[in-house]
Design a protein around this ligand. Structure first.
Ligand SMILES: [Zn+2]
Length: 321
């Protein structure tokens, strides 16, 4: 009953559009009214995960700019002049929120003050589902896309934003969002089943930073990010030593690097604990454009959100089971 759809074909179109947008960056009007030269909406998304969702919902009604490409660390990302320009031209802006894009907050505030529709896609998630909410200093974990079921909440935010901005095409946006949601529902079920292949005792995921807490909660894994929740913090000798102890105690044989973080820390643990690196996970961005991966007879595009999750799940299961 559930159909798996692929969104590979849209990529070629998007690359062309992004090129066109970057040519336009010279002349930015501070008081843009949102009327683009074409009748398409100019849309800006911060991360590749949000970009994938926005592209799926907006379809051919939008021109999309994704600010942070594959492998870019959003915690440390400093906006470029071209980002300011893209934001000032945008009709609609989507970002993650929960301080993921820590260095960009003031730009979102400014855009908001100028009357731009600026949407944090996590806005619809109820506070009690956020990891770290209600604790001291209350800085909830921003890596919500790790739980596919929770990420569907972001889809609701995105489609509502499109409907508000362009009500005449509401049915189109809703239909495309429904199709994307069908993919997410199937992906969540698949991930649950696949992760269950790892014996309970071995369900410990060690990575560089805490990008996988929602993922772990959703799919029954303990997670340990050596650096903590943001890559802006440094791990100490004690963090490395504790991780080594834990790996030995649990008999875990593989740990993982991340595509948006330096592998140095993981390599230090690897040496001290005598474990192997099971591969690179996509933590805070999808994989690179044009990279296809085939596992168990199924081929997927790792630059999509679905492909990102499939890569992560397959990589973890293959090395820990
Ligand atoms: Zn992160």
């Amino acid at each position: 009953m559930m159909m798996k759809r692929r969104t590979i074909l849209r990529r070629a179109v998007l690359v062309g559009l992004m090129g066109a947008i970057s040519l336009l960056l010279g002349s930015c009007g501070e008081e843009s009214t949102g009327e683009a030269s074409s009748d398409k909406l100019n849309v800006v998304a911060t991360t590749t995960m949000i970009g994938d969702m926005v592209r799926a919902v907006g379809g051919d009604r939008i021109e999309l700019t994704v600010l942070m490409g594959p492998g870019v660390d959003p915690h440390l990302y400093k906006p470029r002049p071209s980002d300011r320009s893209a934001l000032s031209k945008a009709d609609l802006i989507f970002y993650n929120g929960l301080l993921l894009e820590g260095q960009m907050s003031s730009l979102f505030d400014q855009a908001n003050e100028r009357g731009k529709p600026v949407h944090a896609v996590v806005a619809g998630i109820s506070h009690d589902k956020l990891i770290g909410a209600g604790q001291e200093n209350d800085h909830p974990d921003p890596h919500v896309w790790g739980d596919v079921e929770l990420w569907r909440t972001a889809l609701v935010e995105v489609v509502n934003a499109f409907v508000d901005a362009d009500a005449a095409n509401a049915t189109q946006y809703q239909a495309r969002a429904d199709a994307y949601d069908t993919q997410l529902v199937a992906l969540h079920e698949w991930a649950k089943k696949r992760m269950a292949e790892v014996p309970e005792k071995k369900r410990l995921l060690v990575t560089s930073h805490d990008a996988f807490s929602y993922f772990g909660r959703a799919y029954g894994f303990e997670v340990l990010g050596i650096q903590g929740i943001s890559t802006a913090s440094q791990a100490g000798v004690a963090d490395v030593a504790n991780t080594v102890d834990l790996l030995k105690k649990r008999g875990i044989s593989a740990i993982f690097t991340e595509n948006s973080v330096s592998p140095d820390l993981i390599n230090a643990v690897k040496r001290d604990a005598g474990v192997k690196v099971g591969g690179e996970l996509f933590s805070d961005s999808t994989g690179a454009k044009g990279v296809m991966e085939t596992v168990g007879g199924e081929t997927y595009d790792v630059s999509t959100y679905v492909g990102m999750i499939k890569h992560n799940v397959n990589t973890i299961v293959e090395h820990l089971k």
